[in-house]
Ligand binder design. Structure first.
Ligand SMILES: Nc1ncnc2c1ncn2[C@@H]1O[C@H](COP(=O)(O)OP(=O)(O)O)[C@@H](O)[C@H]1O
Ligand SMILES: [Mg+2]
Length: 349
């Protein structure tokens, strides 16, 4: 029995596109529809350049293939789609029809490699964060004990001082000890086991939105894009509010009076978080159109004490990541000037 070629293409996991000599969509398989988040019908006959105006490198390579007639493969090509950017391995073949010698057709195969890159990163990232947190916990313990002694001694000293004017100094000791203690506590992040109750992510977003609207200038616009079919998650609403708030506050700070913040919710199917495979995962995104994360710290932003701001403490994101991890999820970030997205993944079952 032979299987028709069309049905093989339809069932490939690789996204396949057929483009004509003017780079207009002729065909795409379901894997391509999934990758582009659009139906083939909507794209049929449309120029690729209109659908992907920002995918300049891909467009240039395709034009080159048409001009030269040479096939090519490009690994790790970043393609900017209307709603996100993806990394693909791209193979292009040039098909020349026999009846019109000049009418070439391009067969484009796109293998999405983000997923794979992200998974390997997930695991090492979670491991590293767990290790960092263990170090911090140990250090925090070592700091807090003597700090308690220091504070107690300063209090005793204050009572025994002959000159009340000197109490100014003991008060500084006590205040600084308290400040240090609060800092250490926030570095450890949430220590209590989280309480898990059915939690609506949109209520979490709305709560944060209300808090933020009360404190931001008018030039900052908060937009929502909620998928109403997202089910409730089992989670700790207060902690989740804290995590989202930390991320949104950062966005507000970088936007500097003017810009947009999007709060978005979606469902992902069949996704691995850490080591575990989940059937359904919530994807909650916070996107801003600010300057992007400074290159020097991009790799480290989730570590405690990493900050790009003169008055920053560098704890917001590490706490947010710890909260997501406690829920069995994780936070990722992708950023370039004009578009920074923090994505919180939380398992839905
Ligand atoms: N949306 C964003 N756009 C650009 N940079 C960001 C964004 N969010 C976080 N950052 C960078 O990551 C750093 C760490 O953030 P965070 O952990 O909250 O600590 P802090 O806000 O105290 O600096 C920030 O100082 C900033 O440089
Ligand atoms: Mg912050």
């Amino acid at each position: 029995m032979s299987i028709p070629a069309q049905s093989i293409i339809e069932n490939l996991a690789t996204a396949v596109l057929v483009l004509d000599a003017r780079l207009q969509f002729q065909q795409m398989n379901p894997a391509a529809e999934t990758l582009f988040e659009i139906s083939a019908r909507q794209l049929y006959g449309q120029p690729l350049a209109r659908f992907l105006p920002q995918a300049r490198r891909l467009l240039r390579l395709l034009r080159q293939a048409l001009a030269t007639g040479h096939p090519f493969t490009e690994r790790g090509l970043v393609v900017i789609l209307p709603t996100r950017s993806i990394t693909v391995d791209c193979t292009v073949s040039v098909l020349t029809s026999t009846d019109h010698a000049h009418a070439s057709t391009l067969l484009v195969e796109l293998n999405h490699v983000d997923r794979w890159l992200r998974l390997t990163r997930d695991e090492s990232m979670l491991d590293r964060h767990a290790a960092t947190r263990a170090v911090i916990r140990g250090l925090a313990h070592e700091i807090k004990n003597p700090l308690g002694g220091l504070r107690g001694a300063a209090q005793l000293l204050e009572r025994a001082l002959p000159d009340p004017g000197l109490a100014e100094y003991t008060r500084i000791i006590i205040q600084e000890a308290d400040r240090l203690r609060a800092l250490v506590d926030s570095m450890i992040g949430p220590t209590r086991p989280i309480r898990k109750i059915p939690t609506n992510i949109h209520q979490v977003f709305e709560h944060v939105r209300r808090l933020i609207l009360a404190e931001v200038p008018e030039g900052i616009v908060l937009k929502r894009d909620y998928d109403p079919s997202v089910p409730e998650i089992q989670g700790d609403p207060d902690q989740l509010i804290q995590a989202v708030l930390n991320i949104v506050r950062n966005a507000v700070q970088v936007l500097n009076q003017r810009g947009h913040i999007h709060l978005r919710s979606r469902i992902e199917r069949q996704m691995t978080l850490g080591q575990k495979r989940h059937r359904l995962v919530l994807r909650a995104e916070i996107e801003d159109d600010g300057p992007g994360i400074p290159d020097e710290i991009a790799e480290y932003i989730f570590y405690p004490m990493v900050t790009g701001r003169a008055d920053g403490v560098g704890l917001g994101l590490s706490i947010a990541q710890a909260i997501a991890n406690q829920h069995g999820g994780l936070i990722e970030c992708s950023s370039r000037p004009g578009r920074t997205v923090f994505t919180i993944y939380l398992p839905l079952e």
